[in-house]
Design a protein around this ligand. Structure first.
Ligand SMILES: [Zn+2]
Length: 170
């Protein structure tokens, strides 16, 4: 199922919904289409509409508090764009900067994407102990970043520039 990104009236990413839900929100005048798929259309009894990729709510929704993006291994790989933090090649594993055996946590700031080779080489050591400096420091994605990170890469690549700019830099 193709997901549609939902923006608040203030243009801040809020969530993703199914295509069906997105179409309903637009037809009920609760949201406007900000970006649609150039080639695909939704066709039903009385509906003929381009497939929305991004919709924006017409009324501002107050978000009660800013949740922190929950940590996950797939999330770390996407945050680091599947690039190894030690050598820059393609990463398929997640490395704990401070190893778990040394009390290192499952957290955004203590984990980086790593190729299997470097993960194995670094083993149970810190980057200093292993002589393997990080190419970049890990960071905590904002909830809005995490929303974009959760989109499939093809969907992310298709986002308008002003939204894609909200993504963390490589
Ligand atoms: Zn590597």
């Amino acid at each position: 199922m193709r997901d549609t990104l939902v923006l608040n009236a203030s243009f801040e990413p809020l969530s993703t919904v199914t295509l069906n839900r997105a179409v309903v929100l637009v037809l009920q005048d609760k949201a406007v289409v900000e970006q649609s798929h150039p080639a695909l259309r939704v066709r039903a009894a009385a509906v003929d509409l381009p497939v929305p990729r991004v919709i924006r709510l017409c009324r501002y929704v107050r978000v009660p508090f800013r949740r922190q993006a929950p940590w996950s291994r797939p999330g770390v790989l996407v945050r680091d764009q599947h690039r190894c933090a030690y050598c820059g090649r393609r990463a398929t594993t997640v490395d704990h900067v401070v190893p778990k055996s040394h009390g290192g946590a499952d957290s955004w700031l203590n984990t980086v994407a790593s190729c299997a080779e470097d993960n194995h080489r670094k083993a149970d050591r810190t980057p200093e102990q292993a002589g393997m400096p990080l190419l970049h420091e890990p960071f905590v994605p904002s909830p809005a970043d995490a929303m974009l990170l959760g989109l499939r890469s093809g969907e992310r690549a298709a986002l308008p520039d002003w939204l894609a700019a909200a993504q963390p830099a490589a």
